[in-house]
Ligand binder design. Structure first.
Ligand SMILES: Cc1cc2nc3c(=O)[nH]c(=O)nc-3n(C[C@H](O)[C@H](O)[C@H](O)COP(=O)(O)OP(=O)(O)OC[C@H]3O[C@@H](n4cnc5c(N)ncnc54)[C@H](O)[C@@H]3O)c2cc1C
Length: 472
């Protein structure tokens, strides 16, 4: 039964994309009035083409819908159980796509627009919020996405500081730790330097001899690449993070004097010999299950990355949690700036949601919108807010953006943000590992590849059980 609470002040949601639409819905169904400010069609972005809410700017796929074996499928299922509007509309307008959830983008967006417009608790204001929200908006969710309008981005930059907002993601691939061959790679920091909080053995090193290095440079040079879109090439922020293949183009030795330099490293598998070149990986999450390839931002196409990066000794069987990229993207240094309820520590009336928090993808953005809407509603109603358990896909995402990511000490220099926090899709590496059953239902020992599947299934079942308990 709905109960009307007429005197609640509205929560303001800025941005009617995937995250903002979901956040507005979560507020409205909890009887909290919401004003959804969307600047289209008054002002457009470089990627959106319509004035519909929750427009899918590129692919029409929500990726795998297999909740037991795929982390994004698990996120779908958790969101459905949390009453997600985005998932409801996706399910209503799905198209045949094998194991993936693909949607009719126009019908999907029209459904969300009509549902929100028809809700008595929702007011849609077609306007740009071109600066910090007015002081009398005491609860705000900023969900303005990768293409946040310049005026608002500028205001956020002023509030949070130069090093706290990025305009490009420079994504290096991330590898699952248990797919790295430790018979080839070894742990050592350059010159065994411990540094603040380090042990002297904080990097995983993959060695190359001369022939391997030359073949690798050739593969980088000839690999199939994507190009910058015109509006991306004109954004003056990507100078500091050259793609690895562009470095290779500058000279055959450039990489060996750059990110692949072997100095201060001795290979214990070869009697302490210094390799010709070294690829380093650095721990990426607090669980230690994910490691990123240092300095390997790239415009190589995804299939090429898998082929070329598996040429690296020690990574011949690498499983990638994320592949590299370089895109126009506005996102916060969330692990530093946001609390566990997605509020800006410096000004807690402002919450952030969606891609701007450092998640990646339609589903992940909507998922953070779902949580931000829920948290803001609970706060408005004076109820306690408990974030979802870290064993769930929803909790793992919150953990990635607000806690689980490792900030590398000393990497943030004045005016230049070089910390390694980068946007990320949901994957099982973000969820704490679980020991799978040793035997299957028929009593046979689980071996080889089946062990990996069993691990995912065990984590997925635990996630749904923990989510159910959390939803209470
Ligand atoms: C070119 C491009 C291609 C992409 N392709 C894919 C893909 O294929 N698959 C995938 O999963 N992800 C893709 N992404 C990522 C995708 O943008 C996000 O996954 C998702 O749309 C982010 O959701 P969001 O709600 O955070 O932002 P958005 O969906 O972008 O929504 C943000 C909304 O805020 C509005 N807005 C911005 N500034 C203001 C302001 N100041 N005042 C009022 N309104 C404002 C915008 O008009 C927009 O409607 C792509 C991104 C880009 C830029």
């Amino acid at each position: 039964m709905t109960h009307i609470v007429p005197d609640l002040k509205p929560v303001h949601v800025i941005g009617g994309g995937l995250a903002g639409s979901e956040a507005a819905w979560q507020l409205a169904v909890r009887d909290v009035p919401v004003v959804l400010h969307e600047m289209r069609p008054v002002r457009g972005t470089d990627a959106h083409k319509t004035d519909g809410l929750a427009e899918l700017v590129c692919s029409n796929s929500f990726r795998s819908d297999d909740w037991e074996n795929n982390a994004v499928g698990l996120l779908h299922e958790e969101m459905r159980r949390c009453g997600s509007l985005v998932m409801r509309a996706a399910d209503q307008h799905k198209l045949p796509a094998g194991g993936a959830l693909a949607v009719d983008r126009d019908a999907f967006s029209a459904e969300i627009t009509a549902t929100l417009a028809a809700h008595p608790r929702v007011t849609i204001a077609r306007e740009e919020v071109a600066g910090l929200p007015p002081a009398d908006w005491d609860s705000v969710i900023i969900a303005t996405g990768p293409l946040t309008s310049p005026a608002l981005a500028e205001a956020i930059l002023k509030l949070t500081g130069e090093a706290a907002l990025s305009f490009f993601d420079a994504i290096a691939p991330i590898v699952h730790y248990d797919s790295i061959d430790l018979g080839v790679a070894w742990k050592q920091s350059r010159y065994d330097k411990a540094g603040p909080g380090g042990t002297g053995a904080d990097y995983l090193n993959c060695p190359m001899n001369r022939e391997q290095y030359e073949a690798f440079v050739d593969a980088l040079l000839s690999g199939d690449k994507t190009s910058f879109k015109e509006w991306e090439a004109n954004t003056p922020y990507f100078d500091g993070c050259l793609p690895v293949e562009v470095m290779a183009e500058r000279g055959r030795e450039t990489l060996r004097f750059g990110p692949l330099k072997p100095v201060g490293l001795a290979n214990p598998h070869e009697g302490g010999k210094r390799p010709y070149a070294v690829i380093q990986l650095r721990q990426d999450n607090a669980l230690g299950s994910l490691w990123n390839m240092v300095g390997f931002q790239t415009k190589l196409k995804h299939a090429e990355q898998v082929r070329v990066f598996r040429m690296i000794p020690g990574l011949q069987n690498a499983e990638f949690a994320r592949l590299g990229g370089l895109h126009r993207n506005t996102f916060l240094n969330s692990p530093k700036l946001l609390d566990r309820q997605l509020r800006l520590k410096a000004d807690p009336r402002l919450r952030f949601a969606g891609q701007v928090t450092g998640v990646e993808g339609y589903v992940e953005s909507a998922a953070i919108g779902l949580l931000a809407g829920r948290f803001a509603a609970e706060e408005r109603q004076g109820r306690a807010t408990i974030p979802p358990p870290p064993t769930t896909a929803l909790g793992a995402l919150v953990n990635h953006i607000t806690g689980g990511h490792l900030l590398v000490e000393g990497e943030e220099t004045a005016g230049q943000r070089t910390g390694s926090f980068q946007p990320m899709n949901i994957n099982f590496g973000l969820i704490p590992a679980i020991e799978p059953p040793t035997h299957d239902a028929a009593g046979n020992r689980v071996k080889g590849k089946d062990k990996g599947f069993a691990k995912k299934r065990a984590a997925a079942h635990r996630a749904i059980a923990d989510l159910t308990a959390w939803l209470g």
